[in-house]
Design a protein. Structure first.
Length: 368
């Protein structure tokens, strides 16, 4: 499969929207209450180390994507198995975002429409974009980025302007000590920061550029700070207890905005932005899974669009209701993600370093 090359700005737009994605839909590190910002800060630093590792892997072997790297450095059998695991992981994450999108639309806008119908329409629209390949997806997200930035700035400015922020909700800091903070860090690393492993699929698609590493790190820093601010805003507006218990805390905060009659129901704007965020993650994970199917089997990219679309739609209804869906994602699946998101890329990085070192030693002996 040959993929047309994209430019760094397109990848940066994808990465920014992907990192924000569905994260603002939920209260991250809710158990830490007013110290959630500390959890996210520590987790963001851990995610930064992972991103540096991903960029180092790409620098050491820039022509191979994640699936090719696994087969090259783990061997054909083991590497193929790990590739299948990654493709399954990407498809499952896409299915979770599809379910989130369907539930949000049903909760806010289309409460008389079955979630299954909403999800079916969404997956058909997304699949239509996926079939054109990463290049078109990158261009689409580059066009959407300014709207998302402007929308979030507008919503945050209005929340601040109408006096909804109560900074006393952040106190006392570390009321229950450091243990509750550290306890929540692994889960927050897994969601959302360690999900950047997906971009090992996309890095080789980018035309060679010296500023890729710098651009990625700057974008990561900006989005991490933004996510910390938005997550903490829920606590400042709603208080730590309510922010932990409501299903969609930022949506609840936005619904409190009543500036003048013209600016009531700002939640509609927020829902549109959330749809873009959920759609972005669904779209990119879907593309990652399809690329995996193509790489693993050596068959054309487009042949895997429909099979993975059907699988994603089916997996989105593993849970009978939204409460079970959240429980499954947070209390069950998330605990196993470090094996895929952290352990395997770390082993891959070590294998690449050992192979390069061995190759360098053989070349030195040959010259001598």
């Amino acid at each position: 499969m040959t993929l047309s090359k994209s430019r760094v700005p397109e990848l940066i737009a994808c990465f920014a929207l992907f990192e924000v994605g569905s994260t603002t839909l939920f209260q991250i590190a809710a158990e830490a209450k007013q110290d959630a910002w500390l959890v996210m800060l520590i987790a963001a630093l851990g995610g930064l180390l992972l991103l540096l590792m991903h960029l180092a892997i790409h620098r050491l072997d820039p022509k191979r994507d994640l699936f090719e790297l696994c087969r090259t450095y783990f061997g054909k059998i083991v590497g193929t198995f790990i590739g299948v695991v990654f493709a399954g992981y990407f498809a499952y994450e896409a299915s979770r975002n599809l379910r989130d999108l369907g539930e949000l639309a049903s909760y806010v806008l289309l409460n008389r429409t079955p979630t299954g119908v909403i999800a079916l329409i969404a997956i058909l629209v997304i699949a239509n974009n996926v079939r054109y390949g990463p290049r078109l997806v990158f261009l689409l997200l580059l066009a959407l980025l300014p709207f998302v930035i402007l929308s979030y700035l507008t919503l945050m400015s209005m929340i601040t302007g109408v006096g909804l922020l109560h900074f006393e909700n952040m106190l006392p800091v570390l009321e229950n000590g450091l243990l509750p903070v550290l306890k929540n860090v692994p889960d927050v690393i897994s969601f959302p920061f360690a999900q950047s492993v997906l971009f090992l699929v996309f890095f080789p698609i980018i035309a060679p550029a010296k500023n890729l590493r710098k651009s990625m790190l700057i974008t990561y820093g900006i989005t991490a700070v933004f996510l910390i601010l938005v997550n903490q805003m829920n606590i400042l507006v709603l208080g730590p207890t309510l922010a932990e218990t409501v299903t969609f805390p930022l949506l609840q905060s936005v619904q409190l905005i009543e500036l003048v009659e013209v600016f009531e129901r700002m939640d509609i704007l927020f829902v549109l932005v959330l749809f873009i965020g959920l759609g972005t993650k669904l779209l990119l994970f879907y593309v990652g899974a399809v690329v995996g199917g193509s790489r693993i089997t050596g068959t054309p990219y487009k042949k895997w669009v429909i099979p993975f679309g059907v699988a994603i739609y089916a997996m989105s209804f593993i849970s009978p209701n939204f409460t079970h869906h959240l429980w499954l994602g947070i209390d069950v699946v998330l605990k196993w993600y470090p094996l895929i998101q952290i352990a395997v890329p770390m082993m891959l990085f070590i294998m690449i370093l050992l192979r390069k070192k061995k190759k360098g030693g053989e070349e030195e002996r040959h010259i001598a």
